[in-house]
Design a protein around this ligand. Sequence first.
Ligand code: S5P
Length: 253
Amino acid sequence: MKRSAYGQRAAEVTHPVAKKLLQCMEEKKTNLGVSADLTSQKEIVELIHEVGPHICVLKTHVDVIADFTPSFTVELQKLAEKYQFLIFEDRKFADIGQIVQRQYEGGVYRICEWAEIVNAHILPGPGIIEGLKQIGMKHNRGLLLIAQMSSAGNLLTPEYTQQTLAYAQQHADFVMGFIAQTKLTNDPRFLHLTPGVQFANSQDDLGQQYVSVEKALVENQTDVILVGRGIYLASSPREEARRYQECGWGYSV
Ligand code: S5P
């Protein structure tokens, strides 16, 4: 049987979360992640039942959930187990190491207890990675560094992106990849996850810029597409997730 590049990489990488994600992609034949940016627990659970079989990653923004209760994260983990996907809390940490530790471990959300993947900006310097790492490594977690953004006028210059890559290489025991629009490195240890992907629109009215599935995966050579409104606002999120899955996987094998 022909193995996809994802399966080969799963065998090669040592980062436990990168390995788990690549194995999940290979087994489920999907490089689709869904951004579940809905504002009630019920809506998110309903969305998961629709899209769960089609995704490798569920990306959350827990702080937009109006009726959030800590038990929600227990349910999320059960659903991740049932449908076999990884949970990625899109927290975009951006503070000094000492504060991000508290934001990651404590507060209302206790993110490190349930999110296998989180992300961070490197604006404050490498102390942010060191801070998160001290917490995350104890829980077998992974970090994505935000190397590029999809939004118009963002300040992430090519030099900034290169510095992100350098920091990732210095912390490859914890950093498993990037939020990026294009592939930054051939280093197989790092995964590239790309938000701002949609079939229908090229932008929204607040600066979001979309690329097609083909552009993300073929032209820009990234690994995982992250789709939000393109799926959760569709009349059938299940069918739409299936379409993105088929399209994305078709470009990757
Ligand atoms: O550069 C970025 C990085 C991220 S993580 N651009 C983004 O849009 N995102 C996230 O992807 C954003 O926070 C949101 O959760 C999702 C895009 O949602 P959509 O509805 O536009 O697909």
